[in-house]
Structures are given as structure tokens and as C-alpha cells.
Design a protein around this ligand. Structure first.
Ligand code: 3PG
Ligand code: MG
Length: 396
């Protein structure tokens, strides 16, 4: 890997500009999932312990270049203080005089949080002048925001080219886990790809076919593949316009030796509602007035058998309408099997994506997975084989 880590940097007495992703869900001023905050703690504590002064740069939501009080990072200060066990000071802008004075006044043991970078429209344009303003605040740049690394923004890309740069602990862990799962994995390797639409995951499917031995397709996407095979899916969510593309993917998989796994039985209901009356039918027998909401038990048995044969598993997307009970059953059962195999030392399991992680947390499987990514879009783009600008900028 062509980038430096915190171990390569002399941090003592240095102002370390750390790009973090603390884009966490907040409801009525309360952080409802602090995972991303907890996962940056090792980086911040390492810098503090090495005598460095962490100065945090981050975005929050999508304010579109305007100052919006509801998207001020100020509201995260108490959560950050308790996570870091350190005093967190706040500057009301991420560049300019106030930020510079605050950075210079920072004392050992303290952390400085800068205001939402996206209050500047220049941030999302990867503007070099904004990056130069940020660079004045630090001696070293550390990018610990893997989950924002698919964005070429001033704080994730341009800035990395202006200061001695390194990856933080979380960035390092994310890249190592993904490299282990798709770069040079232990085989057989299985990917689970679910979610609503084939159209949003075309590049992903194309890339995975060349890399994995088994590709399990679930969720609404699987319906489109069933349509491609000539199956009538009734009222199910499916992109019929994508059926030729899905057929091409099936053909391509065959020639590249990748087995595509589609549901053999399905749970169908007439309504998209929690606890809607439902029945289990063979995948090609969905009644015209019904919709497929989950994979059935036989499908789960086939999927978990493949997990048992696999050494590596990479998972993005639920197998069914996991947000509605009991249509989370296939996702939960498969996830718990993956967790058990991982616990037994038989499987390396990596998962990412907002919905996926929510589903794995709900099933109780997440804690046993080898690695759970904090990233959504960046995880997907990495799996698609794309270069992430925030990572590439560290590799110069
Ligand atoms: C995320 O929450 O997925 C990241 O923080 C990136 O946010 P964005 O999609 O608004 O760029
Ligand atoms: Mg996103």
C-alpha cells in the first residue's frame, strides 16, 4: 500500500489536521448511532499520546455551501468529548483568522473541532484555495475518513497534496479489510449483493463477477434477474427495463466461472407492510396480485451452504425487505450463519453500507463479523473497483 500511516510521522508538538467522517445520525439533538465517532477514537488518542494536537475537519450533512445552524458540528462536541476523554474546543469556521488563532492556542491534551467544511461551497468543488486555507492550520494531514474518500473535496483530496500526509487508524483498517476481502482474498470468495435496484449496482455486479466465486443476489435486485430468466414476479419491485442487462450479467458470469445464486423460493405478500399475510412459494410461482418480500427457507439453506464452503465473504445489501418484520428473516438467518462461521475461525466476513450494517446490527450478527465498514458509498465504489480520490491523494 502506497501511503504512510501515523507510525511514519513525527507527531510530537505538531498540529495534526485530521479529516474525520462524523456524519452521524442525529435526532432532536441526540446522536442515535455514534459508531463513526467511536471508530476515530484510536487515531485521536494516538495523536494525543504522541504529543500531537488533533484538529478535526469534517462535513455534516449536505448544507450546499450555506451556513445552516441545524448542521453545525458544534452539537457533536459533548459526544466527542466523552468518546475521546479529552477537552474538545470548537471554532466556528474551518478556515480564517478565528480557526488559525484556535489552532495556535491549542494545548497538549486538547482537541479542536472545526465547523462543517460544507458551509463553504468551495469544499465540494475540491477548491485549492480553500484547501490552502485549511493547510495553514496544520503541520501534518491525516485522513481518517474512508467513508468520505469517494469524494474529491478540498478537505479530502486537495489538502492531502499540500501537507505531509498519512492515513489514520480507521482508514488503514478499512483499506486492509477490503484488500483482504477482494484484493487478494482466501478462496472461495462469496459476495452477497442485495438492495432494491440493479441499475444502481451495475458496475458493482460487473466488477464482482470477475473477482468472486459465488455471487448471491438478494432483495429487489433478485426480482429483476428472475424477470430476465422469464419468471413472472407479479407485483414485485423489479426493473423490467433492466432485464436484458441482467441477462447479460448472467451470461458473463457463466463464462467467468462465477456462480450467480438467485432465490429458489420466496416469501410473497399482497401488501408491502409489516406482518402482511404471507406465504412461501417456489420463486417462479409468485401470484399476479402478490409481491416478493424475502427469500425463502430453501434459498437461505442454499446460501448458508455456500458460506460454509467459502473462506471469504463480502456483504452489501439485505436479502429482503429487512425493514419490515418478518421479511427480515432471510437476511437475519444468513447473517447469523456467517457470524457463526466467522466465530469458528472458518470465514473472513466483511460488510458495509448503511442498510447492510443496520440489518446486521438488528440481527445481532454484526459483532461477530471480521470487519464492519463505516462506509456506505465509499464501500460500494471500492467494491466497484474504482479509485477513491481521498485514498489516491494519500498515495502520491
Ligand atoms: C456518508 O455519510 O455516506 C459520508 O459521510 C459521505 O456523505 P455524502 O454522501 O454526503 O458525501
Ligand atoms: Mg452517502
Amino acid at each position: 500500500m502506497g501511503w504512510k500511516t501515523l507510525n511514519d510521522m513525527d507527531l510530537n508538538g505538531k498540529r495534526v489536521l485530521v479529516r474525520v467522517d462524523i456524519n452521524v445520525p442525529v435526532v432532536d439533538g441526540v446522536v442515535t448511532d455514534a459508531t463513526r465517532i467511536q471508530r476515530i477514537v484510536p487515531t485521536v488518542q494516538h495523536i494525543l499520546a504522541s504529543g500531537g494536537k488533533p484538529i478535526l475537519l469534517a462535513h455534516f450533512g449536505r448544507p450546499g455551501g450555506e451556513r445552516r445552524e441545524s448542521l453545525s458540528l458544534n452539537q457533536l462536541v459533548p459526544t466527542l468529548e466523552s468518546a475521546f476523554g479529552a477537552k474538545v474546543l470548537f471554532a466556528a469556521d474551518c478556515v480564517g483568522t478565528e480557526a488559525e488563532l484556535a489552532a495556535d492556542a491549542l494545548q497538549p491534551g486538547q482537541v479542536l473541532l472545526l465547523e462543517n467544511t460544507r458551509f463553504h461551497a468551495a469544499e465540494t468543488k475540491n477548491d485549492p484555495d480553500l484547501a490552502a486555507g485549511m493547510a495553514r492550520l496544520g503541520d501534518i494531514y491525516c485522513n481518517d475518513a474512508f467513508s468520505a474518500a469517494h469524494r474529491a473535496h478540498s478537505s479530502t483530496e486537495a489538502l492531502a497534496r499540500l501537507l505531509p500526509a498519512c492515513a489514520g487508524r480507521l482508514m488503514q483498517a478499512e483499506l486492509e479489510a477490503l484488500e483482504g476481502a477482494l484484493g487478494a482474498p482466501k478462496r472461495p470468495v462469496t459476495a452477497v449483493v442485495g438492495g432494491a435496484k440493479v441499475s444502481t449496482k451495475l458496475e458493482l455486479l460487473g466488477n464482482l463477477i470477475d473477482k468472486v466465486d459465488y455471487l448471491v443476489i438478494g432483495g429487489g435486485m433478485a426480482n429483476t434477474f428472475l424477470v430476465a430468466k422469464g419468471v413472472d414476479v407479479g407485483k414485485s419491485l423489479a426493473e423490467t427495463a433492466m432485464k436484458d442487462t441482467a441477462a447479460e450479467i448472467l451470461d458473463k458470469a457463466e463464462t467467468s466461472g462465477c456462480s450467480i445464486v438467485l432465490p429458489v423460493d420466496v416469501v410473497v405478500a399482497e401488501k408491502f407492510e409489516a406482518n402482511a399475510p404471507h406465504q412461501v412459494l417456489p420463486a417462479d410461482q409468485c401470484p399476479p396480485d402478490s409481491m416478493i418480500l424475502d427469500a425463502g427457507r430453501e434459498s437461505v439453506a442454499a446460501i448458508t451452504e455456500i458460506f460454509g464452503k467459502s473462506q471469504t465473504l463480502i456483504w452489501n445489501g439485505p436479502l429482503g425487505a429487512f425493514e419490515l418484520e418478518p421479511f427480515d428473516a432471510a437476511t437475519n438467518a444468513a447473517a447469523l450463519k456467517a457470524a457463526a462461521l466467522t466465530r469458528a475461525g472458518q470465514l473472513i466476513s466483511v460488510a458495509g453500507g448503511g442498510d447492510t450494517v443496520a440489518a446486521l446490527n438488528a440481527s445481532g450478527a454484526a459483532k461477530d463479523f471480521s470487519y464492519i465498514s463505516t462506509a456506505g458509498g465509499a464501500f460500494l465504489e471500492w467494491m466497484e473497483g474504482k479509485t477513491l480520490p481521498g485514498v489516491a491523494a494519500l498515495e502520491q
